[in-house]
Design a protein around this ligand. Sequence first.
Ligand code: C5P
Length: 238
Amino acid sequence: MESTPQKLEMFYEGKAKKLYSTSDPDLVIAYFKDDATAFDGAKRGTIESKGAMNNRMSELFFTLLEKSGVKTHFVRRLSDREMLCKRLQIIPVETVVRNLVAGSMAKRLGREEGEPLPHPIVEYYYKSDALHDPMILGQHAIAFGWATAAELEQIDTLALKVDGILSKFLDQRGVTLVDFKLEFGRHHGEILLGDEICPDTCRFWDKATRQKLDKDRFRRDLGGVEEAYHEMLRRVES
Ligand code: C5P
Protein backbone atom coordinates (compact mmCIF):
# COMPACT_ATOMS: atom_id res chain seq x y z
CA MET A 1 0.00 0.00 0.00
CA GLU A 2 1.30 3.44 -0.91
CA SER A 3 1.90 5.78 2.00
CA THR A 4 -0.96 8.09 2.87
CA PRO A 5 -0.18 11.80 2.92
CA GLN A 6 -0.74 13.65 6.16
CA LYS A 7 -4.19 15.26 6.58
CA LEU A 8 -3.81 19.04 6.98
CA GLU A 9 -6.36 21.87 7.24
CA MET A 10 -9.96 21.85 6.04
CA PHE A 11 -10.24 24.21 3.06
CA TYR A 12 -13.84 23.62 2.01
CA GLU A 13 -17.06 22.53 3.67
CA GLY A 14 -20.03 21.73 1.45
CA LYS A 15 -23.45 20.33 2.27
CA ALA A 16 -22.34 16.70 2.24
CA LYS A 17 -18.55 16.76 2.40
CA LYS A 18 -15.53 18.45 3.91
CA LEU A 19 -12.28 18.70 1.99
CA TYR A 20 -8.84 18.69 3.60
CA SER A 21 -5.53 19.52 2.01
CA THR A 22 -2.70 17.07 2.59
CA SER A 23 1.08 17.05 2.72
CA ASP A 24 0.93 16.22 -1.01
CA PRO A 25 -0.24 19.33 -2.94
CA ASP A 26 -1.76 17.08 -5.63
CA LEU A 27 -4.00 15.16 -3.22
CA VAL A 28 -6.94 16.02 -0.95
CA ILE A 29 -8.96 14.03 1.55
CA ALA A 30 -12.76 14.11 1.24
CA TYR A 31 -14.72 13.48 4.45
CA PHE A 32 -18.30 12.29 3.90
CA LYS A 33 -20.86 13.71 6.35
CA ASP A 34 -24.27 12.34 7.37
CA ASP A 35 -25.87 15.77 6.80
CA ALA A 36 -28.61 15.84 4.19
CA THR A 37 -30.06 18.96 2.61
CA ALA A 38 -32.62 19.51 -0.10
CA PHE A 39 -34.17 22.45 -1.92
CA ASP A 40 -31.01 24.58 -1.58
CA GLY A 41 -30.64 23.91 2.11
CA ALA A 42 -34.27 24.82 2.95
CA LYS A 43 -34.77 21.26 4.19
CA ARG A 44 -32.10 19.86 6.50
CA GLY A 45 -31.60 16.60 8.31
CA THR A 46 -29.25 13.72 8.82
CA ILE A 47 -29.32 10.28 7.33
CA GLU A 48 -27.63 7.86 9.69
CA SER A 49 -24.46 6.28 8.24
CA LYS A 50 -25.01 8.15 4.94
CA GLY A 51 -21.41 9.39 4.87
CA ALA A 52 -19.98 5.89 5.16
CA MET A 53 -22.46 4.45 2.63
CA ASN A 54 -21.84 7.19 0.06
CA ASN A 55 -18.07 6.89 0.48
CA ARG A 56 -18.19 3.12 -0.13
CA MET A 57 -20.66 3.36 -3.03
CA SER A 58 -18.60 6.11 -4.69
CA GLU A 59 -15.50 3.93 -4.30
CA LEU A 60 -17.24 1.05 -6.08
CA PHE A 61 -18.59 3.23 -8.90
CA PHE A 62 -15.32 5.12 -9.42
CA THR A 63 -13.41 1.81 -9.52
CA LEU A 64 -15.86 0.43 -12.08
CA LEU A 65 -15.55 3.58 -14.20
CA GLU A 66 -11.74 3.63 -14.03
CA LYS A 67 -11.71 0.00 -15.22
CA SER A 68 -13.82 1.12 -18.18
CA GLY A 69 -11.43 3.95 -19.09
CA VAL A 70 -13.11 6.93 -17.40
CA LYS A 71 -10.53 8.99 -15.51
CA THR A 72 -11.70 10.08 -12.06
CA HIS A 73 -10.28 11.90 -9.05
CA PHE A 74 -10.56 8.74 -6.93
CA VAL A 75 -7.29 7.41 -5.49
CA ARG A 76 -8.46 5.11 -2.68
CA ARG A 77 -10.79 4.91 0.28
CA LEU A 78 -8.92 5.62 3.50
CA SER A 79 -11.55 4.85 6.13
CA ASP A 80 -15.32 4.63 6.60
CA ARG A 81 -15.78 8.29 5.80
CA GLU A 82 -12.56 9.39 4.15
CA MET A 83 -11.50 9.16 0.52
CA LEU A 84 -8.14 10.16 -0.94
CA CYS A 85 -8.65 12.13 -4.16
CA LYS A 86 -6.63 14.01 -6.73
CA ARG A 87 -6.94 17.76 -6.23
CA LEU A 88 -9.22 19.29 -8.85
CA GLN A 89 -9.82 22.76 -10.09
CA ILE A 90 -13.59 22.29 -10.20
CA ILE A 91 -15.45 23.44 -13.30
CA PRO A 92 -18.54 25.27 -11.95
CA VAL A 93 -20.95 23.40 -14.17
CA GLU A 94 -23.07 20.50 -12.93
CA THR A 95 -23.78 17.97 -15.65
CA VAL A 96 -27.06 16.04 -15.37
CA VAL A 97 -27.81 13.00 -17.52
CA ARG A 98 -31.41 11.78 -17.77
CA ASN A 99 -32.74 8.47 -19.05
CA LEU A 100 -36.30 8.86 -17.77
CA VAL A 101 -38.30 11.99 -16.98
CA ALA A 102 -38.18 12.83 -13.25
CA GLY A 103 -37.62 15.63 -10.77
CA SER A 104 -37.09 19.11 -12.13
CA MET A 105 -37.58 17.99 -15.74
CA ALA A 106 -41.04 16.60 -14.95
CA LYS A 107 -41.93 19.83 -13.16
CA ARG A 108 -40.48 22.26 -15.70
CA LEU A 109 -41.95 20.59 -18.76
CA GLY A 110 -45.19 19.23 -17.28
CA ARG A 111 -44.35 15.59 -18.03
CA GLU A 112 -45.13 12.45 -16.04
CA GLU A 113 -42.34 11.07 -13.86
CA GLY A 114 -41.17 7.79 -15.32
CA GLU A 115 -41.74 8.68 -18.98
CA PRO A 116 -38.85 7.11 -20.88
CA LEU A 117 -36.70 9.37 -23.05
CA PRO A 118 -35.84 8.14 -26.56
CA HIS A 119 -32.16 8.79 -25.81
CA PRO A 120 -30.24 10.13 -22.81
CA ILE A 121 -30.39 13.91 -22.42
CA VAL A 122 -27.45 15.90 -21.04
CA GLU A 123 -28.20 19.16 -19.22
CA TYR A 124 -25.92 21.75 -17.64
CA TYR A 125 -26.49 23.78 -14.48
CA TYR A 126 -24.37 26.66 -13.19
CA LYS A 127 -23.00 25.69 -9.78
CA SER A 128 -24.10 28.66 -7.67
CA ASP A 129 -26.00 28.37 -4.38
CA ALA A 130 -26.84 32.10 -4.51
CA LEU A 131 -28.57 31.64 -7.88
CA HIS A 132 -30.03 28.20 -6.99
CA ASP A 133 -28.00 26.35 -9.64
CA PRO A 134 -29.81 27.68 -12.74
CA MET A 135 -29.98 25.56 -15.87
CA ILE A 136 -27.66 26.90 -18.55
CA LEU A 137 -26.65 26.22 -22.13
CA GLY A 138 -23.16 25.07 -22.98
CA GLN A 139 -22.83 28.45 -24.74
CA HIS A 140 -23.21 30.23 -21.39
CA ALA A 141 -20.41 28.15 -19.87
CA ILE A 142 -18.16 29.01 -22.82
CA ALA A 143 -19.13 32.72 -22.92
CA PHE A 144 -18.45 33.22 -19.21
CA GLY A 145 -15.23 31.22 -19.26
CA TRP A 146 -16.41 28.41 -16.98
CA ALA A 147 -15.30 25.80 -19.51
CA THR A 148 -13.89 25.81 -23.04
CA ALA A 149 -15.79 24.37 -25.98
CA ALA A 150 -13.30 21.50 -26.12
CA GLU A 151 -13.76 20.76 -22.41
CA LEU A 152 -17.56 20.75 -22.77
CA GLU A 153 -17.32 18.36 -25.67
CA GLN A 154 -15.19 16.05 -23.55
CA ILE A 155 -17.60 16.40 -20.59
CA ASP A 156 -20.55 15.49 -22.81
CA THR A 157 -18.81 12.40 -24.14
CA LEU A 158 -17.70 11.35 -20.65
CA ALA A 159 -21.16 11.93 -19.13
CA LEU A 160 -22.78 9.68 -21.75
CA LYS A 161 -20.06 7.06 -21.30
CA VAL A 162 -20.66 7.07 -17.52
CA ASP A 163 -24.39 6.71 -18.19
CA GLY A 164 -23.84 3.66 -20.38
CA ILE A 165 -21.51 1.95 -17.89
CA LEU A 166 -23.60 2.64 -14.80
CA SER A 167 -26.95 1.89 -16.46
CA LYS A 168 -25.74 -1.55 -17.56
CA PHE A 169 -24.13 -2.35 -14.19
CA LEU A 170 -27.23 -1.28 -12.26
CA ASP A 171 -29.67 -2.97 -14.62
CA GLN A 172 -27.93 -6.27 -13.84
CA ARG A 173 -28.69 -5.57 -10.17
CA GLY A 174 -32.35 -4.79 -10.71
CA VAL A 175 -31.98 -1.00 -10.62
CA THR A 176 -33.00 1.59 -13.21
CA LEU A 177 -30.66 4.58 -13.42
CA VAL A 178 -33.22 7.36 -13.89
CA ASP A 179 -30.86 10.36 -13.81
CA PHE A 180 -27.72 11.62 -12.09
CA LYS A 181 -25.44 14.60 -11.62
CA LEU A 182 -21.71 14.70 -12.30
CA GLU A 183 -19.01 17.24 -11.58
CA PHE A 184 -15.76 17.51 -13.45
CA GLY A 185 -12.50 19.32 -12.77
CA ARG A 186 -9.03 19.91 -14.14
CA HIS A 187 -5.95 18.16 -12.81
CA HIS A 188 -2.64 18.96 -14.54
CA GLY A 189 -4.52 19.89 -17.71
CA GLU A 190 -6.64 16.75 -17.75
CA ILE A 191 -10.42 16.58 -17.22
CA LEU A 192 -11.27 14.17 -14.39
CA LEU A 193 -14.62 13.10 -13.00
CA GLY A 194 -14.94 14.39 -9.44
CA ASP A 195 -17.37 14.63 -6.53
CA GLU A 196 -19.29 11.46 -5.60
CA ILE A 197 -21.74 9.02 -7.18
CA CYS A 198 -24.34 7.85 -4.69
CA PRO A 199 -28.06 8.05 -3.82
CA ASP A 200 -27.61 11.77 -3.01
CA THR A 201 -26.66 12.52 -6.61
CA CYS A 202 -28.54 9.88 -8.61
CA ARG A 203 -32.11 8.66 -8.94
CA PHE A 204 -32.24 4.88 -8.56
CA TRP A 205 -35.54 3.01 -9.00
CA ASP A 206 -36.10 -0.66 -8.35
CA LYS A 207 -36.62 -2.11 -11.84
CA ALA A 208 -39.57 -4.31 -10.88
CA THR A 209 -41.46 -2.18 -8.36
CA ARG A 210 -40.23 1.34 -9.28
CA GLN A 211 -39.59 1.88 -5.58
CA LYS A 212 -37.28 4.85 -5.04
CA LEU A 213 -33.86 3.91 -3.62
CA ASP A 214 -32.35 7.39 -3.38
CA LYS A 215 -32.49 10.82 -1.79
CA ASP A 216 -36.00 11.50 -3.13
CA ARG A 217 -37.15 9.49 -0.08
CA PHE A 218 -35.69 12.28 2.06
CA ARG A 219 -36.71 15.17 -0.23
CA ARG A 220 -40.33 13.95 -0.43
CA ASP A 221 -40.69 12.60 3.13
CA LEU A 222 -41.36 9.08 1.90
CA GLY A 223 -39.75 7.38 4.92
CA GLY A 224 -37.34 4.45 4.76
CA VAL A 225 -34.42 6.69 3.81
CA GLU A 226 -31.59 4.80 5.56
CA GLU A 227 -33.07 1.48 4.42
CA ALA A 228 -33.04 2.63 0.79
CA TYR A 229 -29.36 3.68 0.99
CA HIS A 230 -28.48 0.33 2.61
CA GLU A 231 -30.41 -1.57 -0.05
CA MET A 232 -28.60 0.32 -2.85
CA LEU A 233 -25.22 -0.37 -1.28
CA ARG A 234 -26.10 -4.05 -0.90
CA ARG A 235 -26.97 -4.28 -4.60
CA VAL A 236 -23.88 -2.36 -5.78
CA GLU A 237 -21.64 -4.55 -3.58
CA SER A 238 -23.22 -7.77 -4.93
O1 C5P B 1 -33.63 17.96 -9.42
P1 C5P B 1 -33.29 17.38 -10.76
O2 C5P B 1 -34.36 16.56 -11.36
O3 C5P B 1 -32.79 18.45 -11.72
O4 C5P B 1 -32.04 16.42 -10.49
C1 C5P B 1 -31.49 15.60 -11.51
C2 C5P B 1 -30.46 14.66 -10.91
O5 C5P B 1 -29.33 15.39 -10.45
C3 C5P B 1 -30.98 13.90 -9.68
O6 C5P B 1 -30.44 12.59 -9.70
C4 C5P B 1 -30.43 14.67 -8.49
O7 C5P B 1 -30.19 13.81 -7.40
C5 C5P B 1 -29.12 15.22 -9.06
N1 C5P B 1 -28.77 16.55 -8.52
C6 C5P B 1 -27.72 16.68 -7.63
N2 C5P B 1 -27.37 17.91 -7.15
C7 C5P B 1 -28.03 19.02 -7.52
C8 C5P B 1 -29.10 18.91 -8.43
C9 C5P B 1 -29.46 17.66 -8.90
O8 C5P B 1 -27.08 15.69 -7.28
N3 C5P B 1 -27.65 20.20 -7.06
